[in-house]
Design a protein around this ligand. Structure first.
Ligand code: ZN
Length: 209
């Protein structure tokens, strides 16, 4: 019987089925008789204050918390410590989330995390890079690009739209309650006005080194 737990990370853009996969894994654990606890950041109030919800209507009761350390405080109140800890929208948590997840793995827990691996600019989002690096298992999901609708399911990026237009590079990483919309898009269709040309920056780095 292994003493340590493990960390699984589910990532991808919106509409790729991350929350649905998270809910599916929790469900399997519960069928197997394991105790589970589910968390989400309080910032995400799209559908409910206390549920993890997929876009296609699956729900799971969750604790909505403000900080990563609050996850540990709530777990400590359980009469029996849950064997499986699920965390949705992990990109919105503070940087303590990686330590919380690894601490739980150290104490033999199975931790399943879902989140956006990239922000609307296409950059790594919050603590997701650390979580992905530390994961024992990674599931990177894709969605159908809402612009080209390529049936090969090529969308890896979140497209932020403000009043129907692509949001500029210098708009804030997290926008709460703004008149915004998100789509999943492929690299060809992803639009971020003012985004630096990374290939040029990379070339300059190579010249400098
Ligand atoms: Zn596309």
């Amino acid at each position: 019987m292994p003493k340590k737990g493990n960390l699984s990370v589910i990532c991808g853009p919106m509409f790729s089925g991350k929350s649905r996969e998270l809910i599916r894994l929790i469900h399997i654990a519960e069928i197997a008789g394991q105790r589970t606890a589910t968390f989400k950041p309080r910032i995400d109030t799209r559908y409910s204050h206390s549920d993890v919800s997929s876009h296609d209507g699956f729900h799971k009761g969750a604790h909505a918390v403000e900080t990563a350390s609050e996850i540990l405080s709530i777990l400590a109140t359980y009469p029996e410590f849950p064997e499986v800890v699920a965390i949705d929208e992990a990109q919105f948590f503070d940087r303590g989330i990686t330590a919380v997840c690894l601490g739980l793995v150290d104490r033999g827990r199975r931790v399943v995390v879902a989140g956006l691996d990239r922000n609307f600019r296409g950059e790594p989002f919050g603590s997701m890079p650390e979580l992905l690096a530390c994961a024992d298992e990674v599931l990177k999901l894709r969605a159908v690009c809402m612009r080209c609708k390529d049936p090969r399911v090529t969308a890896t990026l979140p497209q932020r739209l403000v009043d129907g237009l692509p949001a500029p590079f210098d708009s804030p990483e997290v926008m709460v309650g703004g008149a915004e919309a998100y789509e999943a898009r492929c690299l060809d269709c992803h639009e971020v006005p003012g985004k630096p040309d990374y290939s040029v920056i990379f070339q300059e780095m190579l010249i400098d080194s």
